[in-house]
Unconditional design. Sequence first.
Length: 273
Amino acid sequence: MPKIAVGLEYDGRAYAGWQSQASLPSIQALVERALSAVAAHPVSLVGAGRTDAGVHAIGQVAHFETSAARSARSWVLGTNTHLPRDVSVTWARAVPEHFHARYSAEARTYCYLICNRDTRSALATRRATMIHRRLADERMSAAAPALLGEHDFSAFRSAECQARSPVRRLEELSVERRGEWLLIRVTANAFLHHMVRNIVGLLVAVGHAKAEPGWAQEVLEGRDRTRGAATAPPDGLYLWSVRYPQAFALPSTEPDRACAMIPGLMGYQHVMV
């Protein structure tokens, strides 16, 4: 049966996460219903990342199988007519049978957005994490290199994490400030449950001088979640992009439209893309 890959962006504030749940609204179930309406048969969707409740996405990728013959334009525009305004299909492509949105991915990038100023933001509520006390971003940047590479990230996984192995390979961890906005960017081959939010929590603690930058190495090597910092809220977390082998010829999910979508980021684009 032919297989279609789609790109998705969504505001996660109203949803219990990506994964379908019996009694709670989810992105997966919502998009499956919309695709099914266009395909005229039930559609089952597989996503690249299982974002949690309240987490957003700019570059989510998913795939489904279908017997329906539709153009890429019809999949995108038709599906979007059945979706609320806070969820959107951004592209659609036919892919080979062996493509898998989750298992074919080489890496995923998450970005965590912090509004770091004295007053709350009326526009970025639950789309960025508000931290009023000034963060020392240079201290946060100094802590980041200790987590790069392949490690056992047990100290950064939640108690509910069901991954068989805690070993992950972190390619990038950066902290960028532009005025009152901080962007923490994390790229890895895969992530454990709450891994990004726990890393952010540690960096915020270091940025508030509650711990020295070297604490990141200590927490990592201790492999004990109880020795780490509090989990950061979901508000500022975005599934930013998913990287696949070039042979699949998928559109780049590294967004150049992000600044227009997220309040407060006008003028930030040269850093974020």
